[in-house]
Design a protein around this ligand. Sequence first.
Ligand code: MG
Length: 206
Amino acid sequence: MMKFHPEQINQVKGFLDPEEGKHLFDISLLAADLGPILEIGSYCGKSTVYIGQACKEKNSTLFSIDHHRGSEEQQPGEEYFDPELYDYKSFHMDTFPVFRKTLSLFDLEDTVVPIVAKSWVAAKSWATPLGMVFIDGGHSYEAASTDYNCWARHIVPGGYLLIHDIFPDPTKGGQAPYEVYKLALSSGEFFEQPMMKTLGVLRKQG
Ligand code: MG
């Protein structure tokens, strides 16, 4: 059972639909039995609350990676720029202070391990098998495919690979996450599970 109220989670900035969030929570409950979970693209922590709550219930861990400098489309002058998240002292986007506030607000500081780095940097020395990887970082093909290539190998047999912002119809949204979804399928290592809106769910062969 999710222990937080939908209105509480709606206060956290982010791009995750509530039904996608609930689905993320449900899959995370299953995945947490297989190993710790890792997400790429923490932003202000909306998805972190859903996944983290499931990990907390299972006494597992969520590693949450983000360089916290905002992705391409969140930079000044771009479509998803949010001036509240801009650090006018360093002239950078900085979502980490808000992310930390979210962890504190939802009592997840003993469950979530923030990793403030680019995902490929964090991956260089990674050796821990993972029950689930959630890819929701940069939406260029280069960023999304790098995330896939760096992290999918660490998913345990029977574990889950979730990818956000899947738009099979190119008029509805960017194609990079969907391209990576298809890349994962074509590897033969993953099979499809029912999708929730734009949340793609793949499972590794057991
Ligand atoms: Mg997303």
